[in-house]
Design a protein around this ligand. Structure first.
Ligand code: GCV
Length: 697
C-alpha cells in the first residue's frame, strides 16, 4: 500500500473519540466477543402487541441499542417470528406490578417484557438493554421490578436568559429564544437518558423563578418541550414565582387569601392545562432567600401552598412546596428553622401538596445529618431534594460520586415509628401512608457536549434515577453498571474506577469539611475555602457562624447545652449524636464544640485528627490520579485525558483547602502540625488573597 493510502486507511479506521454525549446509552459494539455472539444468536426481532408513541420509543431504542451493541439489525415484526429470538413487548395484567413496573423473562426461546402499561414497557426495554450492556446472562433472565417512589424528578435551576444557577456544565439545555419553532435534537436525547433511568418528571426552571414562565408566550415554549418528552413518559413541571399575579397578571397584590389572586391562579391553571394537558404541577420557593411568598402578606406557607393546590386540583396537578427557609438570626441556629416553621403545619396542607425537603438541614454540604423534618410530619407527604450539581462539592472539576452520600441519608433511621423507620421509608410514603411519594435532584446538566462537565459527573444524574427507582441498590452496583455502560467493561479498569468513585465522597469530606465541619466555602461563589469569613450579607452566610473556632476548641454546640438542634431528632438519636462521647466522628463538630486537646477514639487529639484528615484527603486525591493512569488503554482517549486533567486540578485544590483550613484553625489551636505531616508551603495571608481573586468579577 502507498504511504498516502496507508495514512488514509489509518485515519478512516482510527476509533472516533468519545465526547461523552451519548452518556450511558453509548451502544458501542460489545468488546466481549463470546457474549456478543451468544446475545446475537438469541435475539433476532422485536414484536409489540400494541402501538403507541411510547411503545414506538421503546422499540426504536431496542433496535438502535442492539444494533450498536451486537452489530445486527433487529427487525420489528408484525407477528411473533416463528424462528424465536423475539423480544416481545406485551401489556398484561400482573398483580405484582404497579403501573410503571415491568417483568422481563425468557420463555421458549423468546424474551418477554411485560407490564400493565406502556410505561412499564418503556422502562423494561431500557432494563433489557442494560442487561446486555453490562454483560448479564440472559438465558434465565427473570426480573420483576416496581419503582419504590412515584415521582422521580430532575429540578433544573435554569433561567430564561440561558444561565443556570449553580450550573457548571455550560448554558441551559433549553433554548427559550428558539422555542417553540426550533426543536434541538438534544431534547429527545435528554428524554431518552431520563427514561432509561426511570426519571418521569422535569422541573424546567429555577426555583428562583421568573414570572415570565406564567405568560402565554412561555407556556407555548414549555409545551414544545413537553411534546418531545411525552413519549418518554416525562411530565413537565414549572417553578412559579409567588408574586406572578402582580408581576404578569396586573393585580395589585399576590395575597393568597385575596379572591382576585385566587381566581387568577385558577384561571392560570386552566390555561396551562389547556395548552399542556399532562402538566405535572408547580414547585415553589417562597419566603426564602428574598423570594416572594405568602408571609409578605402576613399569611402562612399553608395559605400559599393550599391556594395553588386548589387551583391545580381539578387537573390532578400537584404543588411541591419547598421547606428551604431560614431567617437571618445571628444568635439562632439555621439548622432548626425549617423544622420550627413547618412542623406546626403538619396535617394542614391540601391533599395535593407535598413538602420538598433538602437532604440535610443546612444546604447540600459535603456531609450533613438527615433533615429533622423527615419522620416529624406524619400527616404531610414529604419529598427528598438532593443536589446533583456540585455546588459545594468542587463544581465540575472534582470527582465526587454522590451515591454514598445519598444512601447515607436514605438509610438513616429516624426512629419515627421505632427502629427501622428510615428516611427512605418516609419518602417512599410507606412509613406514614402518604398519599404520594416523590424525590428530586437538582440537575447537573448543561450545554457542554458531555452534559455534565466532569465526565464522571454523569454518574450522579444516573444515580438519582436508579436510586429513585430502587433505593436498595448499592452504591457499588450503581457504579459498576454506569462504568460498564459508559466507560469500559474491562474488569481491572472497572474495578479501579469503581474504587476511585466509591471513596471519592469521603476523600472530599476529608479535604474540605472533616469531622462534621460545614459551610467553610468561599462566599457567594461557594468554591474554595474561606473558613475565616466572618462578615457577609447575613450572619448565617459566614463561616465563623458555623465552625465557632476559639482558643478552647472547634465546632457548633448543638447539644442540649447549646442550640439543642439535636433535640429535634428522636430520643434514640439524641442519645448518640447529643453526647460528645457517643457522637460518631463524622458528625462530631456538627453537634459539639470540642476541645482542641480532647482525645478522640482514634487515639489522637482533636487537633491532630483534624490535621491528619485534611492531609489524608489531599493525599488520597494524589493516589486517585495514580490509579487513573494505568486504565488508559481501556478507555476512550479523550475521556481519559479530560479526567486526568480534572484530577490534577482537584489535587491542587484539595491542597488549597487543606492548607487554608489547617493554617486558619491553627491560629486558634496554637498547636504544631503533627509529624510527619509536611508544613504548608504557603502562608495563610497568601491563601486569603487567593480566595479574593477567585471572587473577582
Ligand atoms: C436556587 C442555596 C444556593 C442557591 C439556591 C438555594 C435554594 O442557597 O446557593 O443558589 O437557589 O440554595 O436551594 O433555593
Amino acid at each position: 500500500m502507498q504511504p498516502i493510502a496507508l495514512l488514509f486507511a489509518l485515519l478512516c479506521f482510527e476509533a472516533k473519540a468519545d465526547d461523552g454525549y451519548r452518556l450511558w446509552l453509548k451502544y458501542d459494539p460489545l468488546q466481549d466477543a463470546s457474549k456478543r455472539a451468544s446475545y446475537s444468536k438469541s435475539i433476532n426481532s422485536v414484536y409489540a402487541s400494541q402501538e403507541s408513541s411510547t411503545i414506538s420509543a421503546a422499540v426504536e431504542e431496542l433496535q438502535m441499542g442492539l444494533k450498536g451493541l451486537l452489530g445486527k439489525n433487529i427487525t420489528l415484526v408484525k407477528s411473533m417470528d416463528s424462528k424465536r429470538g423475539n423480544i416481545v413487548l406485551k401489556i398484561e395484567n400482573n398483580e405484582k406490578l404497579s403501573e410503571e413496573g415491568y417483568r422481563i423473562f425468557s420463555q421458549n426461546g423468546n424474551f418477554y417484557i411485560s407490564s400493565k402499561s406502556e410505561k412499564g414497557l418503556l422502562y423494561g426495554s431500557y432494563e433489557f438493554l442494560r442487561q446486555v450492556q453490562t454483560l448479564q446472562d440472559l438465558s434465565k433472565i427473570n426480573i420483576e421490578s416496581n419503582p419504590k417512589i412515584k415521582l422521580r424528578l430532575l429540578n433544573h435551576w435554569d433561567n430564561p436568559n440561558g444561565t443556570i444557577e449553580r450550573g457548571y456544565a455550560g448554558a441551559s439545555l433549553w433554548k427559550w429564544h428558539e422555542l417553540p419553532y426550533v426543536i434541538d435534537p438534544r431534547y429527545k436525547d435528554y428524554a431518552r437518558a431520563n427514561a432509561s433511568i426511570g426519571i418521569n418528571g422535569t422541573v424546567l426552571n429555577n426555583v428562583n423563578a421568573s414570572a415570565r414562565f406564567m405568560t402565554a408566550e412561555y407556556l407555548e415554549k414549555v409545551e414544545a418541550l413537553a411534546k418531545v418528552f411525552r413519549p418518554y413518559q416525562i411530565k413537565v413541571f414549572l417553578s412559579v414565582r409567588f408574586s406572578a399575579p402582580r408581576n404578569v397578571g396586573g393585580l395589585p397584590t399576590a395575597d393568597p387569601l385575596d379572591p382576585q389572586v385566587r381566581q387568577w391562579w385558577k384561571d392560570k391553571a386552566k390555561e396551562i392545562y389547556s395548552i399542556i394537558p399532562d402538566f405535572g404541577g408547580f414547585v415553589v420557593k417562597a419566603n426564602s432567600e428574598g423570594e416572594p411568598g405568602p408571609q409578605d402578606y402576613n399569611r402562612t406557607h399553608v395559605d400559599g401552598a393550599n391556594m395553588l393546590a386548589e387551583a391545580l386540583e381539578p387537573f390532578n396537578g400537584i404543588v411541591m412546596w419547598r421547606a428551604f427557609v431560614y431567617k437571618a438570626d445571628p444568635n439562632g441556629d439555621r439548622t432548626k428553622e425549617a423544622y420550627y416553621e413547618f412542623k406546626p403545619f403538619d396535617g394542614q396542607f391540601h391533599k395535593n401538596v407535598i413538602v420538598q425537603v433538602k437532604n440535610g438541614p443546612l444546604d447540600f454540604q459535603p456531609r450533613e445529618p438527615f433533615h429533622p423534618l423527615f419522620g416529624a410530619m406524619p400527616q404531610t407527604p414529604l419529598m427528598m431534594e438532593f443536589q446533583l450539581t456540585q455546588e459545594y462539592l468542587g463544581f465540575a472539576t472534582h470527582l465526587v460520586y454522590e451515591a454514598p452520600m445519598f444512601k447515607e441519608v436514605l438509610d438513616a433511621d429516624t426512629y419515627a415509628k421505632g427502629k427501622g423507620s428510615t428516611v427512605a421509608k418516609v419518602i417512599d410514603g410507606s412509613l406514614h401512608n402518604y398519599r404520594f411519594s416523590a424525590i428530586c435532584g437538582v440537575a447537573n446538566t448543561g450545554s457542554d457536549r458531555n452534559w455534565t462537565g466532569h465526565p464522571i459527573g454523569q454518574v450522579n444524574w444516573y444515580t438519582l434515577g436508579r436510586l429513585a427507582w430502587d433505593y436498595s441498590l448499592s452504591s457499588e452496583q450503581i457504579a459498576e453498571e454506569w462504568i460498564k455502560m459508559t466507560l469500559t467493561t474491562q474488569p481491572k479498569a472497572v474495578a479501579t474506577i469503581k474504587d476511585m468513585m466509591l471513596k471519592s465522597r469521603e476523600v472530599m469530606v476529608n479535604y474540605m469539611t472533616p469531622l462534621g465541619l460545614h459551610h467553610l466555602m468561599g462566599e457567594g461563589i461557594h468554591y474554595g475555602p474561606q473558613p475565616w469569613l466572618d462578615k457577609s450579607g447575613r450572619p448565617d452566610w459566614t463561616s465563623t457562624y458555623y465552625h465557632r473556632a476559639d482558643t478552647i476548641g472547634l465546632g457548633f454546640n448543638r447539644s442540649a447545652t447549646g442550640s439543642n438542634a439535636v433535640g429535634l431528632y428522636a430520643p434514640e438519636i439524641q442519645a448518640v449524636w447529643g453526647s460528645e462521647e457517643n457522637c460518631p466522628l463524622e458528625f462530631l463538630l456538627w453537634f459539639h464544640h470540642v476541645r482542641w486537646d480532647k482525645k478522640l477514639p482514634t487515639g489522637k487529639s482533636l487537633w491532630d485528627e483534624l490535621c491528619f484528615r485534611y492531609y489524608g484527603g489531599a493525599e488520597e486525591v494524589k493516589k486517585m490520579q495514580e490509579q487513573w493512569i494505568p486504565i488508559k488503554p481501556f478507555i476512550d482517549k479523550e475521556i481519559f485525558t479530560d479526567v486526568l486533567g480534572r484530577l490534577q486540578i482537584q489535587h491542587r485544590e484539595a491542597v488549597w483547602w487543606r492548607d487554608a483550613c489547617v493554617l486558619y484553625f491553627q491560629t486558634f489551636s496554637k498547636k504544631p502540625i503533627p509529624e510527619p505531616l509536611e508544613k504548608p508551603k504557603t502562608t495563610l495571608e497568601e491563601l486569603k488573597k487567593l480566595v479574593l481573586i477567585y471572587q473577582m468579577r
